[in-house]
Each structure stands twice: as structure tokens, then as C-alpha cells.
Unconditional design. Structure first.
Ligand SMILES: Nc1ncnc2c1ncn2[C@@H]1O[C@H](COP(=O)(O)OP(=O)(O)OP(=O)(O)O)[C@@H](O)[C@H]1O
Ligand SMILES: [Mg+2]
Length: 376
């Protein structure tokens, strides 16, 4: 049962007679643990100050403070509250004294002369228990620190990805603007930029603004400001924002709403942003035109909002990681739109799912608790 010194458990032997200590050591040596001796209650208490012990063998009749009092003092210390104590006595102990001793933390009584095999096996049980719990403690600490390390690495990875992605996204529009401005500066007479060039620049600046906003929303989600409203209006506002883009691309927008208001307690700005992203994704998936439907359904428990398009459908490799940050198939996309949308929907207690339609195109569905429920 030899163990290396690191995993050796401390066993405290308390007896005022050196010969008894020698005898105890003789019996317990073969356990291969670290046997610590004390010849008085005071010394025992001192030994217990800084080290943890698997078990204490405590002689009852000590000079000065007796064994029972020592046990009481040991139990009073936080560090030793659970340390098992085996009392060693020379005489049969009266039962009321034993009961008192148990209440002070004794786990066992042994009467001299000690039977070596019995003592050894009792001590070895406590040593094993101690070592198991120490091992468990170490494993727990290891697990915790691994978890912390993983979280730190995860955060760093996301931060790195974020920085790389921002740099990549911002570089293209900046390059376009730079070329145009440098071209204008190169001509001797301060030639103003043409209307067409200014329009391109304006488009690139708008794109930059959107990229910056997306990253901000991703890195620092704004607080929710929920108020009860008719969801049909929020959808209408988002659709109105994209009407021109849709028309330009030959995409027809169709809305299918109930005739009654669809009450929901949502953050209108954030929800509009979700819808704009879903509608824009759908429009971008229909470069040669198509039909974009927004269907609102309300039951007393749930509101379901579905965006259906007749576009290319979601590429299979993208579909698997659709709501993961930076997943995009677009040269100018940040791949944050759906990830931010999911966070917003979930912060409203809802769910967002997406699938491809058998007849072509994709469907994205948002399910929200109804306005009445959301108020609870
Ligand atoms: N309706 C859709 N049809 C086909 N593919 C889609 C649809 N919606 C999303 N996708 C795919 O999912 C990807 C991720 O969409 P997401 O909105 O998260 O980012 P993005 O549109 O690429 O960039 P942005 O951050 O500018 O929104 C898209 O690049 C596209 O490949
Ligand atoms: Mg998008």
C-alpha cells in the first residue's frame, strides 16, 4: 500500500506515553502514510492548524486538557470539522460518556490492548476515504480550470475572428472610396467627382455604416426596450424599408396578416432589424426576381411569423451552421445577421428556425409567445 509522498495522507497519533506512540507507529507503519505524533492536547491542536489529516487517533486520558475536551476544540475549528476521530481508552467507557464523545465528533472507540489488524483496517478505511475525497477535489479543480481556460480561449478566438472579419469587411468599401478620391485629387484643376462616382461613394459609406452597426450589435447587444404593439406594423415598416430594393430586383413582396392586430410585447427597433435581415437575405437569394411572402399567424399562445422566398435555397454547408457568427456565402456579408437575429428572438422568449422548401427557396420561421403571455 505504499504511495508516493505527494499522495500520502497525514494520520495524527495523540498519546502522552512515548511507548504507546511507538506501538501505534509499529502497527500503522505498514500503511505507508505520514504518521504525525503529538504528546499533548495542545500539541495536537497545533499540528492541526496547518495540515489536513485523514484521521486522528486520540488517547482519552491526556494530562492537562483531556481527550474529550481536545475533540471538542478540534470540532470547533472549521478546517477539522469533518476529520474523523478515533478515541483510544484503557478502560471500558461508560455509555453516557461515549454518547457525549460521539456528539463531540468521535467516530469510534478502541480499547487497549489494541488489536493491530483491527486498528490497521479502521485507519486504512479513513485514509482511503480521505484520499478519494482529495482526488475528487483535485479533479474538480482541474475541471474548473480547464473550463475557464476553454472559455478564455473561446473568447480570444471570437475576438480574433471579429477583428479579422472587421478588417476584411471595411477594407473593400474603403479601397473604393480611396480610389475615387485619389483619382479626383490627381487631376490638376480640382475636378469635382461625377454624380455617378459620388453615388458609388455614398453606397460604400452606407455599407460601412451597416457593417459597423452589425459588429456593434454583435459585440454589445443593446438593452431590450419592450412595449406592447401590433406586430403587423413592425413587419410593414421593415417591408417598406426594402420595397425599393425588392422592386429593383424584380422581387414581389406579399404579406398575409390576420385582419385583427397581432399584439406582441417586443422591442420594436430590434425586431424591425431582425425582419430587415430576414427580408434582405431572401431578396439577396433571388437575384433574378421571385416572390417574397411574409405570413403572420396568431394563436392565443403563440405568434408565428414566416418569411418564405422562391430563391436559391440555403446552401447545405451553410444550413448546418446558419446561426453561427461569420458564416456567410456573400462576398460583402458579415455573416452576423442571423446570429444577431437569433439572439434578439431568443431574448424575447422566442425561437427561430430555417429550412429549405422542397419546391425551391427557403423558409425562416419565428415563434414568439403571444402579447398576452409575454406580459406575464
Ligand atoms: N433566405 C435565404 N436563402 C438562401 N440563403 C440564405 C437565406 N438566408 C440566409 N442564407 C444564407 O445564410 C448566410 C448567413 O446569413 P446572415 O444573414 O447571417 O449573414 P449574411 O446575410 O451573409 O451577412 P449579413 O451579416 O450582412 O446579414 C447567408 O450568407 C446565406 O448564404
Ligand atoms: Mg443577412
Amino acid at each position: 500500500m505504499m504511495r508516493d509522498s505527494e499522495s500520502k495522507a497525514n494520520v495524527l497519533l495523540v498519546d502522552d506515553t512515548p511507548a504507546n506512540l511507538l506501538a501505534l507507529r509499529g502497527i500503522l507503519d505498514s500503511l505507508g502514510q505520514n504518521l504525525v505524533e503529538a504528546t499533548s492536547g495542545e500539541e495536537a491542536l497545533r499540528r492541526l492548524l496547518h495540515d489536513d489529516f485523514a484521521v486522528i487517533l486520540l488517547d482519552v486520558s491526556l494530562p492537562g486538557i483531556d481527550g474529550y475536551e481536545v475533540a471538542r476544540l478540534i470540532r470547533g475549528r472549521k478546517r477539522c470539522q469533518r476529520t474523523p476521530i478515533i478515541f483510544v481508552t484503557a478502560y471500558e467507557t461508560p455509555s453516557e460518556r461515549m454518547i457525549e464523545a460521539y456528539s463531540q465528533g468521535a467516530v469510534d472507540f478502541l480499547i487497549k490492548p489494541l488489536v493491530p489488524a483491527v486498528l490497521r483496517s479502521k485507519v486504512s478505511v479513513f485514509v482511503e476515504l480521505f484520499q478519494k475525497s482529495e482526488q475528487l477535489k483535485r479533479q474538480q479543480e482541474q475541471l474548473l480550470s480547464q473550463q475557464r481556460e476553454m472559455m478564455r480561449a473561446g473568447h480570444l478566438a471570437v475576438a480574433g475572428q471579429l477583428a479579422a472579419s472587421v478588417a476584411h469587411e471595411v477594407r473593400n468599401p474603403l479601397a473604393t472610396i480611396k480610389v475615387l478620391v485619389e483619382g479626383a485629387l490627381r487631376t490638376k484643376n480640382a475636378a469635382p467627382l461625377s454624380r455617378q462616382e459620388l453615388t458609388v461613394m455614398h453606397g460604400e459609406i452606407t455599407r460601412l455604416e451597416r457593417i459597423v452597426q452589425d459588429y456593434l450589435d454583435f459585440a454589445r447587444p443593446p438593452e431590450l426596450n419592450r412595449c406592447l404593439g401590433d406586430l403587423r406594423e413592425v413587419v410593414d415598416q421593415a417591408a417598406a424599408l426594402l420595397q425599393t430594393t425588392a422592386l429593383r430586383q424584380g422581387v414581389r413582396l406579399a404579406a398575409d396578416y390576420p385582419s385583427q392586430p397581432v399584439w406582441a410585447k417586443v422591442d420594436h427597433d430590434q425586431f424591425r432589424a431582425v425582419l430587415v435581415n430576414l427580408l434582405l437575405n431572401a431578396i439577396e437569394a433571388m437575384p433574378r426576381g421571385g416572390l417574397l411572402q411574409v405570413v403572420l399567424n396568431a394563436t392565443p399562445r403563440e405568434i408565428e411569423l414566416t418569411v418564405i422566398d422562391t430563391g436559391t435555397g440555403i446552401a447545405p454547408d451553410i444550413l448546418k451552421r446558419l446561426f453561427t457568427p461569420f458564416v456567410t456565402s456573400k462576398p460583402s456579408g458579415t455573416g452576423l445577421g442571423l446570429c444577431i437575429s437569433k439572439r434578439i428572438v431568443e431574448s424575447h422568449g422566442g425561437r427561430i428556425t430555417a429550412k429549405n422548401r422542397a419546391e425551391g427557396g427557403a423558409t425562416v420561421t419565428i415563434a414568439l409567445p403571444s402579447g398576452h403571455e409575454a406580459e406575464v
